[in-house]
Design a protein around this ligand. Structure first.
Ligand code: FPP
Length: 240
């Protein structure tokens, strides 16, 4: 097998353990989130360096809205700050930036900033960095089903096409339309669950659970995850 065939096209990370990392240092949880932004930067650089084409990060789930208001506010502020600070570097490194999730729940200011960042980076093609914000897998499947049912109601002339629709056709209604399913999903901090993330898209992903807390997950850890992936045998339900 060629070396580059072993590089996953799409790596997705469930960033977990910021709170514990801060508590271990006698600090407030938000201190851990700020340190986590450094890991976002490091992994984005490592993805560019290793030739990964899509890096997606689970930054905030629909369930995270139930966290204390102060923490939610700080996380949103960190997103704004990171977008503002990192835009020049993303332009320099050819990074296309996308935010996917229930954008209706985000503030108008944050949405405007995201739109601006997405527009400015739209033509970049070296790496696509996807931030999942206010996202959950069940929400995604439900919004896709609603869009499909609207289309069915508005286009009776396409009834046969809808009846014959397969999984790829349905996948186009998900917010991840156009983005390949993740080859590798990493979760940090020792938790071994999917937590309502990419439920549809993870059908054949390889999983890697590591005890490392997200603020400690830097370039070396990213490269080590790629190494582990390179040794996996992906069969997609077939016999080899
Ligand atoms: C999980 O740790 C982490 C989050 C819910 C937020 C991740 C956000 C960032 C790293 C900051 C900004 C992101 C970007 C994309 C710029 P936790 O709080 O659940 O940790 P715990 O399980 O130890 O409590």
């Amino acid at each position: 097998m060629e070396e580059n065939e072993r590089i996953p096209v799409h790596v997705s990370i469930i960033m977990d353990g910021n709170g514990r990392w801060a508590e271990e240092r006698g600090q407030e949880r938000v201190y851990g989130h700020a340190a986590g932004v450094e890991s976002v930067r490091a992994c984005t650089e490592a993805a560019v360096e290793t030739g990964v084409k899509y890096l997606s990060l689970f930054a905030f789930s629909e369930e995270n809205w139930n966290r204390p208001e102060h923490e939610v506010h700080t996380l949103m502020e960190l997103m704004v700050k990171a977008m503002r600070d990192e835009l020049p570097t993303m332009m320099k490194n050819g990074v296309r930036f996308l935010v996917l999730g229930n954008r209706a729940r985000l503030s108008p200011e944050l949405n405007a900033m995201i739109d601006d960042c997405e527009d400015r980076t739209a033509a970049n093609g070296r790496l696509t960095l996807v931030i999942f914000l206010s996202y959950s897998g069940k929400w995604d499947i439900l919004q896709a089903a609603k869009k499909l049912s609207d289309d069915i109601a508005s286009h009776p002339e396409r009834a046969e096409e809808f009846a014959a629709m397969g999984v790829d056709g349905f996948g186009k209604y998900l917010v991840t339309s156009g983005i390949p399913d993740p080859d590798l999903i990493v979760r940090t901090s020792g938790e071994c669950r999917l937590s309502n993330y990419l439920l549809w898209q993870a059908a054949y992903s390889e999983f890697l659970f590591t005890d490392v807390l997200w603020p400690d997950f830097r370039k070396a850890e990213f490269r080590s995850a790629l190494k582990e992936y390179a040794g996996r045998d992906r069969r997609y339900g077939r016999v080899k």
